[in-house]
Design a protein around this ligand. Structure first.
Ligand code: LRH
Ligand code: MN
Length: 431
């Protein structure tokens, strides 16, 4: 990281004041885990290797159709967003990549942007296409769909955009394209379900054919919104079918907020792993719809159970491709840097706990149908406070033991307020 956004000595100074306490807590947890036959250093090393990508669109403040409340100093350009992403990574040391969205992040010189990001210690994860909005220069509207539109020219326009995204992604060093489409209907009878899906597949075949040899395409399902009667790619089954029709480079992406309330998402993850089609995640949390809340802020146990499936699969060598971990959140009432840091560490926490599950004890309980012992085995890990492991992993990676404290202490957002043009209040008005 040649151009760290924060003075590294600030982090070192703050760490120095906290190291003794951290070491004491780490040693104490280490002794407790030893009694459970676990090596705290082994878990710490796994945690140090854990990484998740931040969404460029999550670095600005989010909003709803009712309103958006900008914060002073929020980033608008991709350049400002990368700077803030570098702060998240410098303090937490677990978000070394950003996932861009086109055309929101489009630049004329992608190679220069790649260099700029590298200077900040960042790379690029999967690129995201956008055929759910009409751009000013666009000829044909996506009002009635994109890759599944009844009009061939509109489908071809959407395919061409996705191929543009691949070319931009190649220049940025990315290795995957995420395709989420809003296509669907608002009224019964408005759309022929089967024909729409056939048209979608035909379009995806053209996108698939344009993928470089070492690339993947992630199909992101969502059960509703913005379509409110039917959605073309509404669930994991349809996504799985499409990915299977396309070929080995097509995988399914699980956005945690894209399921009906109380859906057993960890079982969907298990199925996609078993069927060899799990490609990646958009981590967030939700209570009602696609709320895009901070990961683990509503249902941390579900997040832990998702990582239980991932750690179990890794132990069984059931994953031919490492799933892509990405956050996809909308920060309406918090500072995006703080929310992304906290959310990335929340994922790391649930992963660390999943690494502590006594799998032999769990398998025995499952074999003996000892339901309570099975749950107790999971809860023993979920109830383990792994804070010292996360702190030590950050410290050993050059990050801050207390990232939130150091961030607020640094006054970074205040500095940016003076540097960046104020964002006009946008009364979205019911859209
Ligand atoms: C759709 C979605 C998709 C992105 C968008 C910003 O709800 O999750 O992943 O393209 O949010
Ligand atoms: Mn998403």
């Amino acid at each position: 990281m040649n151009r760290p956004p924060l003075p590294q000595d600030l982090i070192e100074r703050e760490n120095a004041a906290r190291l003794a306490a951290l070491q004491d807590e780490y040693d104490s947890l280490g002794r407790a885990l030893n009694r459970r036959g676990r090596s705290i250093d082994a878990v710490k090393d796994k945690v140090k290797a854990f990484a998740v990508a931040v969404p460029t669109w999550g670095l600005g403040v989010g909003g709803t159709r009712f309103a958006k409340f900008p914060i002073p100093g929020e980033p608008i350009t991709i350049h400002e967003k990368l700077e803030d992403a570098a702060v998240v990574n410098q303090l937490g040391r677990l978000t070394p990549t950003a996932s861009p969205h086109f055309p929101w992040d489009k630049v004329d010189d992608a190679a220069a942007l790649r260099e700029e990001a590298a200077e900040l210690g960042l790379g690029f994860d999967a690129v995201n296409s956008n055929t759910f909005q009409d751009q000013a220069s666009q000829k044909l509207s996506y009002k009635f769909g994109s890759l599944s539109h009844t009009d061939r020219a509109t489908r071809e326009q959407a395919v061409a955009h996705n191929i543009d995204c691949i070319e931009l992604g190649v220049a940025l060093g990315s290795k995957a394209l995420t395709v989420w489409i809003a296509d669907g209907s608002n009224f019964a009878g408005q759309q022929h379900f089967a024909r729409a899906l056939e048209r979608y597949l035909e379009s995806m075949r053209a996108i698939y054919a344009a993928l470089p040899a070492d690339w993947l395409v992630f199909i992101e399902h969502k059960f509703y919104e913005p379509a409110f009667y039917s959605t073309v790619i509404s669930d994991w089954g349809t996504s799985f079918w499409a990915a299977s029709q396309l070929g080995p480079k097509a995988r399914c992406l699980v956005d945690l907020g894209h399921h009906a309330p109380n859906t057993n998402i960890e079982m969907i993850v298990s199925r996609l792993i078993q069927f060899g089609k799990l490609g990646g995640f958009h981590f967030n949390d939700s209570k009602y719809g696609d709320d895009d809340l901070d990961a683990g802020s509503v249902n941390p146990f579900q997040l832990f159970l998702v990582f239980n499936e991932l750690v179990d699969a890794a132990d069984r060598k059931a994953l031919d491709v490492a799933p892509a971990y990405m956050l996809d959140q909308s920060h309406n009432v918090t500072d995006p840097v703080e929310s992304l840091m906290a959310s990335a560490m929340e994922l790391q926490r649930r992963y660390a706990q999943a690494c502590l599950i006594d799998r032999a004890r769990l398998e025995q309980a499952q074999a003996e149908n000892d339901a309570l012992m099975a749950l107790d085995t999971l809860k023993a890990a979920f109830n383990t406070d792994v804070t010292p492991i996360l702190g030590m992993a950050r410290h050993r990676s050059g990050g801050a033991i207390d990232p939130l404290g150091v961030y607020r202490w640094s006054g970074y957002r205040r500095h940016k307020q003076n540097e960046r043009p104020a964002v006009a209040k946008q009364s979205a008005g019911i859209v």
